[in-house]
Design a protein around this ligand. Sequence first.
Ligand SMILES: Cc1ncc(COP(=O)(O)O)c(C=O)c1O
Length: 342
Amino acid sequence: MADLVDLRSDTVTRPTVGMREAMAAAEVGDDVYGEDPTVNALEAEVAALFGHEAALFAPSGSMANQIALQLLVRPGEELLCDADAHVVTYEIGAAAAYGGISSRTWPAVGADIDPEVVARMIRPDGYFAVPTRAIAVEQTHNRAGGGVIPLATLRELREVADEAGVALHCDGARIWHAHVADGVPLTEYGRLFDTLSVCLSKGLGAPVGSLVVGSADRIERARTIRKRMGGGMRQAGILAAAGRYALAHHVDRLAEDHARAARLAEAVAPFGVLATTVRTNLVPLDLTKHALDARALAAAAREEGVLISALGPRTARLVTHLGLDDDGVDHAATALTKVLSA
Ligand SMILES: Cc1ncc(COP(=O)(O)O)c(C=O)c1O
């Protein structure tokens, strides 16, 4: 794959030389005993970034989300989220399978959430109703093409949650991208959510790792849930060092990924391919009006040395990331132009 321009996902990055050096030099201990200094430092650092009391390192974004949901919603209780949310689309039913959580969704609207719609969905306690305990949102929204939920919407959702006495969770796998795109401080996002899950292995380029962020009390319970799910790690400081390096070196540069995504969106626009809402590093391609379907486009792009994802019959996606430079974008733009105009 070395010569291919890989636009399938921002998870395809490889650790940089500096990151590998940081990993090799990491001080480690047994993290199940709470004795890995690098993990402890990462957890403290991420908690502080979001202005929360504590954070817990987890092996994946999915596990971090599921730990958070189990903290907020007990078996037989309800979670509300977008129909296209990662937690109900790509986590293989984990909320139900592991947490006994009942999920109900509002129609897929990506980042354009109407807090009043959400408010009307909330069900109170009652002996025959499923009580709503939490609302989850995704910042940025993966299936909605990296859309950024505006701060004003999040503030309204916080009010809705407070009024109803339910919790608010953020699947913040790419919250760094929202922070860079909208300039909203991470502490401001932190203030609005009871729990967040944040990923180091998407745009930030670490090989592994996510964190659950929340109050000290919740994170203490999260440690038990993580262990129960098989997520207790031993000398995980090697991985945490990559995450610390990523936080120090790879957040501000996300603006470059956003600019490259905008360039790709511009390149495909003349061919009737809708990529109009690009705000961050994801470029959704709506091929409804194009002769090629998503699979055919992906196959043709591959012939030209460009890998893209076919997400549905007429939906494809391009993703920019740390492993992509301007030459790669030029190559991809030329290749996609050729393929789409054929
Ligand atoms: C929005 C979002 N949340 C959670 C995840 C899950 O992360 P992981 O693949 O590390 O489980 C992803 C993965 O792409 C994602 O896009």
